[in-house]
Design a protein around this ligand. Structure first.
Ligand code: IPE
Ligand code: IPE
Ligand code: MG
Length: 299
């Protein structure tokens, strides 16, 4: 039986889901699934049992998301800091992750039919040396092209570049911090902190978080729009400054000939795009090499 698609919503849950779906819905939700050990303590069960129920709760939550039409979910299942826990706990968590995520990946093909995509992201404790080198090379190569370096380029360099920023981020267990999770990507997301421990998370908790997103929707949207507009304006300003400098070098007055200015502007944008694509491709290759080596070492 499928791990995700087991069971459907009850009538009352379906009814409420339909009401919620009438409002603006988050397309991408991120979860910091926290509180497994406190749950185990509260229920007088083994710690590993708390983690196991936490993974099962993830499966159930994915099913709710699917039913609510949320196609993209990112979860924080393990952090680099968590390696500082006892070896027994880390090994137990890794076993669970292997077991549960491989089942999830097996279902990927089936889920694709529903437009669901699973990506496993990892934060590395240190930037691999060759990626540091690549960045250093990029800094050297672009020192004459200051207008290449922008916040959107930084977006494109992150592992999350294929995915839109989360609209909603939920952390359970009453902790009100992000613990280094998606810091850059959530600057315009609705952050919801809930006191429920992760293994006890319910459909109603999810609905409450979505309602909070809906209540803040217009403010979030406005903030995002003005941020996008500001980025566009800054890029345009940098390009215009670059063109003005070029025109001056060619001996034109800074306001220049407007046709020449337009041509230069188009050329400058096209060349920037080409340099950026080259850089991103090189970054992608370095990453692929790095992960291949990592897999060979850990195999
Ligand atoms: C979150 O629950 C799961 C992981 C970090 C793997 P915790 O294990 O942090 O449980 P609490 O927060 O100590 O209760
Ligand atoms: C948070 O883990 C990250 C996960 C839920 C995987 P912790 O519960 O250990 O977070 P901090 O260290 O207390 O912030
Ligand atoms: Mg915790």
């Amino acid at each position: 039986m499928s791990w995700i698609r087991e069971g459907e919503l009850t009538i009352i849950e379906r009814f409420c889901a339909n009401i919620i779906k009438a409002g603006p819905m988050p397309k991408h939700v991120a979860f910091i699934m926290d509180g497994n050990r406190r749950y185990a303590q509260k229920c007088h069960v083994e710690r590993q049992q708390g983690h196991s129920q936490g993974f099962d709760k993830l499966a159930q939550t994915l099913r709710w998301c699917l039913n609510l039409g949320i196609r993209e979910v990112t979860v924080y299942a393990f952090s680099i800091e968590n390696f500082k826990r006892s070896k027994e706990e880390v090994d137990g968590l890794m076993d669970l992750a292997r077991q549960k995520f491989s089942r999830l990946l097996e279902e990927q093909e089936n889920l694709k039919k529903h437009g669901v995509c699973i990506r496993v992201l990892g934060d590395l404790p240190l930037l691999p040396l060759d990626i540091q080198e690549l960045i250093a090379q990029a800094v050297l190569a672009t020192r004459n092209y200051n207008n290449d370096v922008s916040e959107s380029l930084l977006d494109k360099c992150l592992y999350t570049n294929n995915s839109p920023d989360p609209d909603l981020l939920i952390r359970t267990s009453g902790e009100v911090r992000l613990s280094d999770f998606l810091l850059w990507q959530t600057s315009h997301s609705c952050l919801v902190f809930q006191s429920v421990l992760w293994p006890e998370y319910s459909f109603w908790n999810l609905c409450e978080a979505i309602l909070r997103f809906q209540m803040n929707y217009s403010a979030l949207q406005k903030a995002r729009d003005s941020y996008t507009e500001e980025r566009r304006r800054q890029q345009m300003e940098r390009d215009q400054a670059y063109v003005t400098k070029k025109l001056q070098q060619e001996g034109f007055a800074s306001h220049g000939d407007s046709r020449r200015r337009r041509t230069l502007l188009q050329k400058c944008t096209a060349m920037r795009e080409e340099r950026i694509q080259g850089f991103l491709q090189a970054l992608e290759h370095k990453r692929a090499d790095f992960f291949e080596r990592l897999c060979t070492v850990s195999a």
